[in-house]
Design a protein around this ligand. Structure first.
Ligand code: HEC
Length: 160
């Protein structure tokens, strides 16, 4: 009898717990990331396999925890990596940064993001801090990043 009551109480509380979880696992816009460590840059030209949606000039940034992870291969909880994708303008024998296309974010939080390698994936459109792009809980991001399992699901390498 007592056991039944406990199970009943548990099934009542379960949805509340699940809801709270969904809220806490929302990925925050990475405020101030341009002051973090710049890891690398790359220009993806039209015709590249990643053209849609990553054609453009991107810079990758990491917070201090992510930099420790990049060095050690073991990313601490709270590591954040940012993929800052910009349009570019060609002219006068130069290639210059244009408007921001999107901000891709990876946040290490092993409890909240068990199904995507312990990383939360999110994209923010253009300069928006609210318009989110990863509608599938980051599954499609993870599908590609999964190839980098041996380096913690991160493509970028530490510069020499
Ligand atoms: C088809 C493959 C693919 C998909 C899908 C993909 N990425 Fe990536 N991502 C890459 C590659 C390749 C790099 C490395 C780019 C470089 O070397 O400059 C990268 C780099 C990153 C980085 C910098 C850290 C690192 O791994 O080097 C972040 C942050 C990131 N992606 C976030 C996302 C998010 C968020 C999504 C989904 C909205 C996503 N990615 C979807 C291929 C992908």
């Amino acid at each position: 009898m007592k056991q039944k009551a406990i199970i009943f109480l548990f099934t009542l509380l379960l949805p509340i717990g699940a809801q709270a979880h969904a809220e806490t696992s929302q990925i925050a816009y990475p405020e101030g990331y341009r002051h973090w460590t710049h890891i690398k840059s790359m220009l993806i030209e039209p015709g590249h396999p990643l053209e849609n949606p990553f054609q453009g000039l991107h810079h990758v940034y990491g917070n201090d925890k992510a930099m420790n992870g990049l060095k050690s291969g073991n990313y601490p909880e709270g590591s954040v990596l940012v993929f800052d994708l910009l349009n570019y303008k060609q002219g006068g024998q130069t290639i210059q940064e244009g408007a921001r296309k999107l901000v891709g974010v990876m946040v290490k939080d092993s409890n909240s993001f068990k199904s995507t390698g312990g990383w939360g994936f999110e994209g923010f459109a253009g300069d928006s801090k609210a318009q989110r792009l990863a509608g599938d809980g980051g599954q499609s991001c993870y599908a590609c990043h999964a190839s980098q399992e041996t380096s913690g699901y991160v493509f970028s390498k530490m510069r020499k």
